[in-house]
Design a protein around this ligand. Sequence first.
Ligand SMILES: Cc1cc2nc3c(=O)[nH]c(=O)nc-3n(C[C@H](O)[C@H](O)[C@H](O)COP(=O)(O)OP(=O)(O)OC[C@H]3O[C@@H](n4cnc5c(N)ncnc54)[C@H](O)[C@@H]3O)c2cc1C
Ligand code: SF4
Length: 402
Amino acid sequence: MSEKYMKEYEAGYTPKLVMEEASRCLLCHDAPCSKACPAGTDPAKFIRSVRFRNFKGAAETVRINNILGAICARVCPTERYCQQGCSRSGIDKPIDIGRIQRYVTDFEDAMKMDILEKKPLNGKKVTVVGSGPAGLSVAGLLASEGYIVKVYEKEAKAGGYLRYGIPEYRLPSTVVDKEIKRIQKIGVEILLNTPVEDLESLKKENDAVVVAVGHSKGKMLPMFAGKHFVKTAVDFLHDVKRKKGNVKVPENVLVIGGGDVAMDTVTTLRLLGVKQVTDVVYETFDEFKASKKELQGAQDEHVSIIDGYVPVALKGKKVVFNHRFIPAKLEVKADLIILAVGQYTEAGLLGLEVDKLQQVTNAKGNLFVCGDVSPSGEKTVVYAVRSAKETAYAVKKYLGGK
Ligand SMILES: Cc1cc2nc3c(=O)[nH]c(=O)nc-3n(C[C@H](O)[C@H](O)[C@H](O)COP(=O)(O)OP(=O)(O)OC[C@H]3O[C@@H](n4cnc5c(N)ncnc54)[C@H](O)[C@@H]3O)c2cc1C
Ligand code: SF4
């Protein structure tokens, strides 16, 4: 049942194909791709290195600029960032920057390169709460600067949504494991199964504390609350990833939601062999939130996607929907209903104030926030890396570093 789910969906480049793709690059001056990367990975520079067969140099550029380079290579919605402004689009199609980056980081791994360096310890202690991409990145960046860094993680494994959200066929756990090992190798200590409940004592015991707890809970709509046949998408995806696809799912599943998390859910269901997967979406197709790539993946798996409907009632296991603009009604019966209608943070449990966008608003003194809970822009992995760079800089400045 789990074989298709466990196999990486998109094949990596061969040496011949990566050279062909890199040779399409126009080697732009003041390259739009490099300006558009939120984390400053500098694709123009590493693609130039690939063009000259300098894979080592390319790997160094990626890793030094983006501490989660192998992960971003796989999951970054590049069509929204670096590839969007790619000058090659005017000729035929943009350079596949993500896939070149994947080749380069696979090379780094195969050659067992150790690119991240560490300065001598400076005696200052920083604790990070949460080991998602933001927590891991800020911890790694500060450790490389000589800070003594500990990460507290409530789950049994580190990685946040890299570990328990993004499905295996898009981001293999082995890739996440290797990225985490690189960060541990430069001195970051990760304490698992260790939920933080009391921020005040952590603030007293450390020179600085960074909260990177993410938006780790899925939203439930009131009409579905307490029903045993209803789950949130993040709980479902967590369960599937943890059990390596070995889960029991009924043959007829309804998913409600139209963002990337919904697309991951419906595609996962189909890869697990579920026969009937229906996705009902609030937005109409022209308003769709999911990335084109993810939507295409779901359509390739023959998911029925119905747009423009809002759920209004639950009758047994049947959901009644009304169309948002026309007087049309839809009824869908399913044995399992999965809600992909957004995530929220539990940062409030730590005594922090949270706004409507689920961002912490009252971090001050030696307390910093990073990743999805910070006002850092979009809620993606590459923005988590960018936020980590900004937070590491702010911590260093606060602690009098250069
Ligand atoms: C299903 C899914 C698919 C996605 N796909 C993509 C994608 O393809 N590309 C992309 O760029 N982005 C994607 N995203 C978004 C991306 O994963 C997030 O923006 C990113 O993970 C945010 O990073 P973070 O470190 O802020 O938070 P998280 O990844 O949520 O990590 C937070 C961590 O903090 C821990 N934690 C929480 N509270 C405590 C506590 N009190 N004590 C200790 N630890 C605690 C949590 O257990 C978790 O490990 C996806 C998200 C989901 C849900
Ligand atoms: S914008 Fe496109 S063509 Fe120009 S350097 Fe970047 S990848 Fe190459």
